[in-house]
Design a protein around this ligand. Structure first.
Ligand SMILES: [Zn+2]
Length: 195
């Protein structure tokens, strides 16, 4: 759940740190490339499947009641046509699961401790230990993490605030920022009221 610029800065830092060790000619074990095992891919595909279902329910909810208290809670009075388009674009990205290149437990990318990360170049979506330990439903669930990451890839959201409190504050005080914050999309779906 890392902002793209921070991710890029970190990777750059790692690249800059790497040469001295290599230059000394020390034998180094081949760096694990973050390849996903079959079991990890199973968890990712299951999370995508749930994310598609739940995002679809959230879309239907939104179109039934665009000014419902739940919509206002997570997006304040943000323009509804923009929100509608954003929710649809995220749904479209979730439907194109095979467009992503997945990484799992990548030692460098996961070192700062994100649950997951997204790099727009090459449409890389990476999953770290916290994702695999996350619950199937509820706050910061695996499907919610996928929605969060898909929002980065699909509509270029940022991480202006992490966690429900920060997201609620954005919705209340700066709805236009809530519209561009990944966690607002995640919590809007994770906490969607039942039928
Ligand atoms: Zn994020």
């Amino acid at each position: 759940m890392t902002a793209l610029p921070r991710r890029a800065a970190l990777l750059l830092a790692l690249l800059l740190l790497a040469p001295p060790a290599l230059a000394q000619g020390k034998p180094r074990a081949a760096a694990p490339d973050g390849r996903c095992s079959a079991a990890q891919m199973g968890a990712i595909r299951a999370a995508f499947a749930t994310a598609r279902t739940r995002q679809g329910e959230a879309l239907a909810f939104f179109f039934r009641a665009p000014d419902h208290a739940h919509v206002r809670r997570w997006f304040g009075d943000a323009p509804r046509p923009v929100l509608a388009q954003n929710l649809k674009t995220i749904a479209a990205a979730l439907a194109r699961e095979d467009a992503f290149r997945f990484e799992c437990l990548h030692p460098q990318a996961c070192a700062p401790g994100p649950l997951a990360y997204t790099r727009p170049v090459g449409l890389v979506m990476g999953f770290c230990a916290g994702f695999f330990a996350a619950p199937e439903a509820g706050r910061d669930s695996r499907f919610g993490i996928v929605i969060h990451e898909a929002s980065h890839a699909a509509i270029g959201t940022v991480d202006a605030g992490y966690g429900p409190e920060a997201a609620l504050k954005l919705a209340l005080k700066t709805p236009e920022r809530a519209l561009n914050n990944a966690d607002n999309y995640e919590y809007f779906v994770e906490f969607l009221p039942g039928p």
